[in-house]
Design a protein around this ligand. Structure first.
Ligand SMILES: NC(=O)c1ccc[n+]([C@@H]2O[C@H](COP(=O)([O-])OP(=O)(O)OC[C@H]3O[C@@H](n4cnc5c(N)ncnc54)[C@H](O)[C@@H]3O)[C@@H](O)[C@H]2O)c1
Length: 400
């Protein structure tokens, strides 16, 4: 067995301490007991209005911002916050009370917004994806290392019950060596005529211009998939070969990204010689974010579009349904946050982990290195698909 690298020690959540047959793996490190208060700003009142930072006993949402007045009001109401600013720039210029910022602006603005916050000396939580180019990836790593501030990417997949369980099966050794993973993110764009005509949909801004979502390359949004590999075994994907498929539709012929694909599928190789099949599809009769992990002792299947529950199929013993424990009772979640939340219940876990990490002055579970390890393979997969499947190396963004 390989010796544990520093990055793997940081990754381990304590699951290995528990007997696998209990199937009660820990979701993360327990919430600290402390009087410390983190003062946060929240940016973006669409998806950003679904989180629970303010319910954490060690956190107050001090200020919120959105370019849209209706969304500012929503953020103020959700986070019970008196102070609102008309833009992130204004918040950074005028608000002196912040320790950290949670960013939920459009995907193509993340790298720029993260950088602006870190340059102001603030820790950052940011929704996925972390960036949109390898150049942005390198810059974010550099600024994080220069400032020593904390960065966390809010990848929802890593706190889905199936993923928490897979991490536990891996850490405890119960699944054996995971030699192959099938990771999928299916998010159908719906009626193709309405996609063009319905100017009220999320593919348009309120002024009728196209939003950042319009035409985004599937593999430029890979982390709901790659989170199931990096967030389970902490492997790194080192090479990728991908293909794409598209049709003639304005979504593909008239987008700012020159992306011609609805769907992209990649075969990836990890730094431990393992295989990964990764699909991100925007046009498909299917939905969801899920994985199947194939280990030398057994296979864990996440539910397929609600058609069956998750299954654990142990070699020589056969398949049976998996019954997960009530992960809301996990010690990483303060009592005040133990309620249902979006994306498989992950929102409260993400909110808790960010605040817990800042209180404990440690890196959050999905730190900058994991975030870039989830992101870079997708960026390279899209390049590969544009080059007809050429196998390409994925750059390493780990700590030197
Ligand atoms: N499962 C997941 O992890 C998941 C799910 C949904 C969305 N997301 C991510 O969350 C982010 C937000 O999603 P959304 O659907 O709300 O997107 P959106 O485009 O509807 O909302 C972005 C909001 O950010 C605001 N904004 C942009 N620039 C700003 C600035 N400079 N100052 C203040 N406010 C600014 C906009 O006014 C807008 O209201 C996206 O990046 C998306 O990728 C992740």
């Amino acid at each position: 067995m390989k010796s544990m690298r520093r990055r793997d020690l940081l990754h381990a959540t304590g699951a290995a301490l528990l007997a696998p047959q209990l199937a009660a793996f820990q979701a993360g490190r327990p919430a600290p007991s402390s009087e410390k208060k983190i003062r946060m700003g929240v940016v973006g009142g669409g998806f950003g209005a679904q989180f629970s930072f303010h319910e954490h006993p060690n956190c107050t949402v001090t200020a919120v911002t959105d370019l849209r007045e209706d969304r500012r009001a929503k953020l103020q109401q959700v986070y019970r916050c008196d102070t609102a600013y008309a833009s992130l720039d204004e918040m950074l210029a005028r608000e002196r009370r912040l320790d950290a910022v949670a960013i939920f602006s459009g995907a193509i603005d993340h790298a720029r917004h993260v950088e602006a916050c870190m340059r102001r000396g603030l820790h950052v939580y940011c929704a996925v994806p972390i960036c949109q180019s390898l150049e942005e990836a390198a810059r974010l790593k550099e600024i994080k290392e220069k400032t020593g501030l904390r960065y966390m990417m809010g990848e929802t997949s890593v706190y889905r019950p199936g993923c928490i369980h897979a991490r536990g099966l891996n850490d405890s050794g119960a699944i054996g060596e995971i030699f192959y993973s099938e990771i999928s993110y299916y998010h159908d764009r719906g009626d193709l005529a309405a996609l063009v005509e319905d100017k009220k949909s999320r593919f348009y801004e309120p002024d009728g211009s196209k939003s950042w979502r319009w035409g985004l390359a599937p593999m430029h949004y890979p982390t709901h998939c790659t989170g199931f590999v990096v967030g389970v075994t902490n492997e790194r994907i080192k090479s990728v070969s991908a293909l794409g498929w598209g049709t003639r539709h304005p979504y593909l012929t008239e987008n700012r990204y020159q992306n011609p694909f609805w769907n992209e599928s990649a075969l990836m190789e990890t730094d431990r010689g393992h295989m990964v099949r990764c699909n991100v599809f925007w046009l498909v009769g299917e939905d969801g974010e899920r994985a199947n992990w194939y280990g030398s002792n057994g296979t864990l299947y996440m539910a397929n579009a609600g058609r069956h529950g998750d299954l654990w199929s142990e070699r020589l013993k056969g398949a049976k349904p998996v019954k997960y424990p009530d992960y809301l009772k996990d010690p990483m979640i303060p009592e005040s946050m133990r309620h249902a939340s979006g994306h498989g219940g992950s929102h409260v876990f993400l909110s808790a982990e960010f605040v817990n990490a800042l209180v404990e002055d440690r890196e959050p579970f999905v730190d900058i290195y994991k975030a870039l390890a989830m992101m870079a393979p997708g960026l390279v997969a899209h390049q590969s698909a544009m080059r007809g499947g050429e196998r390409l190396k994925v750059p390493d963004f780990d700590r030197a």
